[in-house]
Ligand binder design. Structure first.
Ligand code: FE
Length: 209
């Protein structure tokens, strides 16, 4: 196991995470009750939002990336205005600015939220535990290549690694490079190569089928 709990066979929160979790759970519950009491939102609206959140998976992001691999006009639109390009698939991020980051043979992008756990949830679903861990948040900034290596991602020395810090208002989607040997694959098959980790930038898309 590495220092940020990646490859953990048992995905339980650690003790310090437990305390933090309990604190935010109480805070979240109090806020929810207050919002309902004040009539700002209803309990069913909250329930609907939570269900919608839980139903969102990295398949959303994969739709966007696969289209960018196949359609050069869409690709241009995505890098120019990612919010609008995502909206073409019905993926709306009304309150956050989305930026798509292009991986190239010379530039590799990695995403982090050094402050907390900001993440493009509308495209990737809920963030994995390691993304929220203090180890990932601090280490990927200082030693990105080392962290990538722990994910099994080895980059040639001449590739520049760029680390992007997300905020509440700004989220990133990494567009991994399309693997070379995929000319015969259609859009659906391409989507299956685009994993969550490739869109965070800790993994490279590869042909496995
Ligand atoms: Fe955050």
């Amino acid at each position: 196991m590495d220092s940020f709990g990646h490859d953990h066979s048992h995905d339980h929160p650690h003790q310090s995470d437990d305390k933090i979790h309990a604190y935010y759970q109480i805070l979240g519950q109090a806020l929810k009750e207050l919002l309902i009491e004040k009539g700002i939102v209803s309990a069913s609206e909250i329930q609907y939002a939570m269900e919608r959140r839980e139903a969102t998976t990295p398949a959303n992001g994969a739709k966007v990336v696969a289209r960018a691999w196949l359609d050069s006009e869409y690709r241009k639109r995505l890098f120019m205005d990612a919010n609008s390009a995502a909206a073409e698939f019905g993926i709306e991020l009304p309150t956050t600015h989305l930026v798509a980051l292009e991986n190239t043979p010379k530039i590799h992008n990695v995403v982090v939220c050094t402050l907390c756990s900001c993440y493009p949830r509308d495209l990737l679903g809920l963030p994995p535990a390691w993304y929220k861990s203090k180890a990932y948040r601090s280490r990927v900034v200082c030693e990105p290549r080392e962290v990538l290596k722990e994910f099994g991602t080895l980059l040639p020395d001449d590739v520049e690694v760029r680390v992007h810090d997300s905020t509440a208002d700004l989220r990133y989607l990494v567009v991994p490079m399309r693997p070379d040997d995929t000319d015969d694959l259609g859009e659906d098959a391409l989507r299956s190569l685009i994993t969550r980790d490739t869109m965070i930038g800790v993994a490279l898309a590869g042909r496995t089928i």
